[in-house]
Ligand binder design. Structure first.
Ligand SMILES: Cc1cc2nc3c(=O)[nH]c(=O)nc-3n(C[C@H](O)[C@H](O)[C@H](O)COP(=O)(O)OP(=O)(O)OC[C@H]3O[C@@H](n4cnc5c(N)ncnc54)[C@H](O)[C@@H]3O)c2cc1C
Length: 312
């Protein structure tokens, strides 16, 4: 109930305009978002790199409404690649197809992504296409298989959400194509017709697909904070003599920093997804939906702030 409320809120633009002006919400967002500018994101990247943790940078923004916004997002993505190259940080890029114009014109989105990948190839930087709500999955995978994978190979990867019933079929097709896959549970509100309503099915699918990806995948990424699933991946890899260099764990900026550092200390490759930008509201709402305790934290901060103000 709480989860679906936050996921509904994530789509309400008018509420964003209100929340954006709220100091507490902005401060709370700063826990999950590295800042509003690329400079802020670079500072966060350097801090993570100093702990021997890699980064995937994400300029927040999705579902653009004009072609100009889409080309603006493309140019911003190219600028991120240039900065990664110039500064020499250990980072790659994550992008969303709706930010590139998928809702407006599929050809425009494809052209924007191709422009980004051309620059990525020039710099030798990997680009991940994030996966969005289920209505975009087929179009994302079609574009990936038909236009991106053949042309850019190991420089481009995609994401599979284990909450979707189709995940197994999609993973098999991607394994057969030697594609690079990030496995996640899925962050969007989906109907039971396309998604497993029970969390245990989402988790069981994650566990079983992670095994196939460990055995046959092309440097798979396991993106979760779920310690039971992380332990499952580690145990399976050990039991099947799959070296730690053949895969990576990925976690979100500001979530389980202790676990990020522990995994790295244990010798696993760890990458943190670092979002930044002014369009942080839908991303923040999805993070709140994932963990009700975050809401309590936010309310607690509000109470402390109010109390503090009265006391001073
Ligand atoms: C690197 C990365 C990339 C991602 N890319 C995508 C994508 O492209 N498409 C997509 O749909 N989803 C993506 N996600 C989000 C993902 O689908 C989940 O919504 C998210 O990771 C939470 O699920 P979980 O696997 O951590 O498991 P959960 O079962 O939700 O959580 C496991 C435990 O992790 C901790 N935890 C989880 N979330 C939070 C949080 N927000 N704050 C504090 N603690 C938390 C809690 O202690 C919880 O008990 C990505 C996630 C990561 C880590």
């Amino acid at each position: 109930m709480l989860r679906s409320s936050f996921l509904w809120l994530s789509e309400q633009r008018s509420i964003f305009e209100f929340i954006k002006r709220n100091g507490l919400a902005r401060r709370f967002a700063s826990r999950f978002v590295a800042g509003e500018t690329l400079d802020h994101a670079m500072t966060a990247t350097r801090e993570l790199n100093a702990k021997d943790i890699s980064v995937s940078l994400d300029l927040l923004g999705e579902s653009v409404t004009t072609p100009e916004e889409a080309t603006g997002a493309r140019d911003a993505a190219v600028a991120i690649l240039d900065r990664i190259q110039a500064v020499g940080v250990r980072a790659n890029l994550s992008i969303k197809l709706t930010q590139m114009g998928l809702d407006l014109d599929q050809a425009l989105a494809a052209a924007n992504v191709t422009a980004i990948l051309e620059r990525a190839r020039a710099h030798g930087i990997f680009v991940r296409i994030d996966m969005e709500a289920s209505e975009y999955v087929q179009r994302t995978l079609d574009l990936f298989h038909t236009q991106l994978l053949g042309a850019y190979g190991d420089l481009v990867g995609v994401v599979i959400q284990t909450m979707l019933r189709r995940a197994e079929t999609d993973v098999e097709a991607l394994l057969a194509a030697r594609a690079r896959v990030r496995l996640v549970k899925g962050a969007y509100q989906e109907p039971d017709s396309v998604a497993f309503p029970a969390k245990r099915d989402v988790d069981a699918t994650f566990a079983s697909l992670s095994e196939r990806m460990l055995e046959r995948g092309n440097y798979p990424a396991f993106a979760t904070h779920d310690e039971r699933l992380i332990t499952h991946v580690k145990r399976y890899a050990r039991a099947h003599d799959i070296p730690a260099e053949r895969f990576e764990f990925q976690l979100l900026y500001g979530v389980r920093r202790d676990l990020q550092e522990q995994l790295r200390r244990e010798g696993y490759n760890v990458r943190v997804y670092v979002p930044y930008g002014t369009e942080w509201y839908p991303y923040l709402m999805r993070r709140l939906a994932e963990r009700p305790a975050n809401v309590a934290f936010m309310v607690g901060s509000l109470a402390r702030e109010t109390f503090g103000r009265r006391a001073s």
